[in-house]
Write a protein that binds this ligand. Structure first.
Ligand SMILES: Nc1ncnc2c1ncn2[C@@H]1O[C@H](COP(=O)(O)OP(=O)(O)O)[C@@H](O)[C@H]1O
Ligand SMILES: [Mg+2]
Length: 234
C-alpha cells in the first residue's frame, strides 16, 4: 500500500519556485532516502509534504487522503511525523517536557509511547530532567526523533539526522533508524551522508535542481556509474 504519494509537485517560497514536477512515493513500512547536492530542494520536499511551503501545483496525499496544503496539526493526526533539519528541540524545556510536547494534540500524554521512546533511547531516560539545550547535538537529534515518535507515526520524515554528529554517533543514529523502520514505521530521510543512506534504505531518489533525476533501489543507485561519479564522490 502506498502511504505517501507526491505527484507533479511544484512548490517554493513566496514567488520563488524551487520544486518542479517532483514525484515521490513511500510504501507502507518502506525506507526511502532522498539524496542530492546542497540546495537541490531536499528539505523543501520535506517541508512541502508538511504544508510548510508555498504550494504552486501538484498533489500530496497520505494514506489516500489529500493533504495538499493541509495544516501540520491535521497532518500529524493522520500518522505522519517530521523531524526538521534545524531547531528541532525546545532548548529551555527538559527532555521529558520535549517528549510530552510531541503528544500535544492528545488530551493526555500517552504513557506507553513515552516508555517506548525511553526504551529505544535510554540516554533520554537518563537525562529526562535535563534541559534539552544543554545536551550534545547527537542527543538533541535523538530527542527530536523521540518526540516525533510519541504519536507512533506510520511514516517518519527525517531531514539530515546525521548532520553534525561525531563519526561513531553517525553509525549509532543510522542503527536507530533501522530499528525504527524494522518496528514498522516507514521512513523518508534526507541525507548528506549519501552512500551510507543508500546502503541502508530500500529505495532512493536523487534530486537535482528541484527535480527528480534518478529513482531506484539503494543498491542500484550505489552501483550506477553516473550516480557514483556525479553525486557520490566517485
Ligand atoms: N525559507 C526560504 N526562503 C527562500 N528560499 C529558501 C528558503 N529555504 C530554502 N530556500 C532555497 O531553496 C533552495 C533549496 O533549499 P533546500 O530545500 O534547503 O535544499 P537542500 O535541503 O537540498 O540543501 C535553495 O536555493 C535555498 O536557498
Ligand atoms: Mg536540507
Amino acid at each position: 500500500m502506498t502511504l505517501l504519494r507526491v505527484r507533479d509537485l511544484d512548490a517554493g517560497y513566496g514567488d520563488l519556485q524551487i520544486l518542479t514536477d517532483v514525484d515521490l512515493n513511500v510504501e507502507d513500512e518502506e525506507y526511502v532516502t532522498i539524496v542530492g547536492p546542497n540546495g537541490a530542494g531536499k528539505s523543501t520536499v520535506m517541508k512541502s509534504v508538511f504544508g510548510l511551503t508555498t504550494h504552486m501545483g501538484g498533489t500530496v496525499s497520505f494514506d489516500d487522503t489529500d493533504i495538499t496544503g493541509a495544516n501540520p496539526e491535521d497532518i500529524i493526526r493522520l500518522g505522519l511525523g517530521y523531524v526538521p533539519q534545524n531547531d528541532n528541540v525546545f532548548g529551555t524545556l527538559s527532555v521529558q517536557e520535549n517528549l510530552e510536547m510531541g503528544a500535544y494534540i492528545l488530551d493526555e500524554v500517552p504513557k506507553d509511547s513515552l516508555d517506548a521512546v525511553y526504551e529505544r533511547f535510554p540516554i533520554l531516560e537518563e537525562r529526562r530532567d535535563q534541559k534539552a539545550g544543554t545536551m550534545s547535538g547527537g542527543q538533541q537529534q535523538m530527542l527530536a526523533m523521540g518526540r516525533a515518535l510519541m504519536l507512533d507515526p506510520d511514516l517518519l520524515l527525517l531531514d539530515e539526522p546525521s548532520a553534525g554528529l561525531a563519526p561513531d554517533l553517525v553509525d549509532e543514529m543510522f542503527d536507530k533508524i533501522d530499528e525504527i523502520n524494522e518496528a514498522g514505521t516507514a521512513i523518508l530521510m534526507v541525507e548528506q551522508n549519501a552512500k551510507e543512506a543508500l546502503r541502508r534504505c530500500d529505495r532512493g531518489y536523487v534530486l537535482v535542481n528541484g527535480q527528480n533525476r534518478y529513482m531506484d533501489t539503494g543498491r542500484a543507485l550505489l552501483d550506477d556509474q553516473e550516480v557514483r561519479q556525479d553525486f557520490l564522490g566517485g
